[in-house]
Design a protein around this ligand. Sequence first.
Ligand code: FEO
Length: 401
Amino acid sequence: MNTTYKAVKISDCVYWVGAVDWGIRDFHGYATGRGTTYNAYLIMADKITLVDTVKAPFREEFLSRVASVVDPASIDYIISNHSEMDHTGCLPEVLKTIRPEKVFASSMGVKALGAHFQLEQEITAVKDGETLSLGSRQVTFTEARMLHWPDSMFSYLSDDDVLFSQDAFGMHLASAERFADEIDGGVLEYEGARYFANILLPYAPLVEKLLAKVGTLGIAPEIIAPDHGPIWRDDLAVPLENYGRWAAQKPTKKAVVVFDTMWQSTEKMARAVAEGLHVGGATPMVMSLKSCHRSDVVGEILEAGALIVGSPTMNNNMFPTVADILTYLKGLKPANLIGAAFGSYGWSGEAAIQIKKVLESMGVDLVDDVLKVKYVPDGDDLARCHALGEAVAGRLVGDRE
Ligand code: FEO
């Protein structure tokens, strides 16, 4: 049996048996510059239990890590906390290899697994709050609907105080280190925030509810074991407080100016708006869509107070890259933002108006009407851009005083 890849012990009876994806750079539209991991866990209780599996191409690495602890055929139970294929892609093959006694998922998980795979094995639905005996250990399930999918649930190994949290508290970060306390705190903060912004932001109100629910259930983990990135074992206040703060989306003085440009007119406008923001006391972050990926923009917006979007008009429309970022942002539902729309044009000038409509539909509180400039901004036009930046800053700074 292949045991090239080794498991990593994370508690008395729990082992990490996941896989490291060093090369992935696009995770369904999210730029994963540092790769990712697909975490799976092996509980060596009387009933040997696997929590989640990995993405299909990593099956061999995953089974090798399992085999470094126990013959995979000895696994009795599999718990599927989340049906998305980065955690279930190799489940059908694994079921054929292992033939476990039982497979457990939430009721929505049973449906999702059925819709994804033609599984011969029956999946047993577990209820919110239900406890499963593994003989020498017990696991309690907590539904975490929409964090990240309707099927998502947490599994809590109470005897060892390990919370298996699937996507929640995770991040896309490939590393040889398995624990968060072995990794630079700045990297954890940056990648954790990007993950929250790009994956969980639409469900931020549910995050707040779930954190409160976990508190009332008496779940007091000493280890949080997510399905991506490092495992938290030392200072759990860091991920818990980060999630509380990111979910609250409290506005800051940061203002994100995101734009694209054809002949640098809209870029000149963006730079003048940023100068006005700075003079007014805000903290501008200027992001050209020629060099910034949509997932980086969302990462910056997570802890911002303003979103200002600019586009030239091309063929009666906003620039395609601007349509892309607005579509992405609208789906992620950022909250508590003020904003504005601007752009240059030649003869028709629809882009800024189209942006304004999208921002309004997102619930962004617009500071002013659209700011449009014909062809190339002159000194007066740039002064209007500067004034727009100052007006946004005035609202941001005022809101925080
Ligand atoms: Fe990591 Fe929602 O899957």
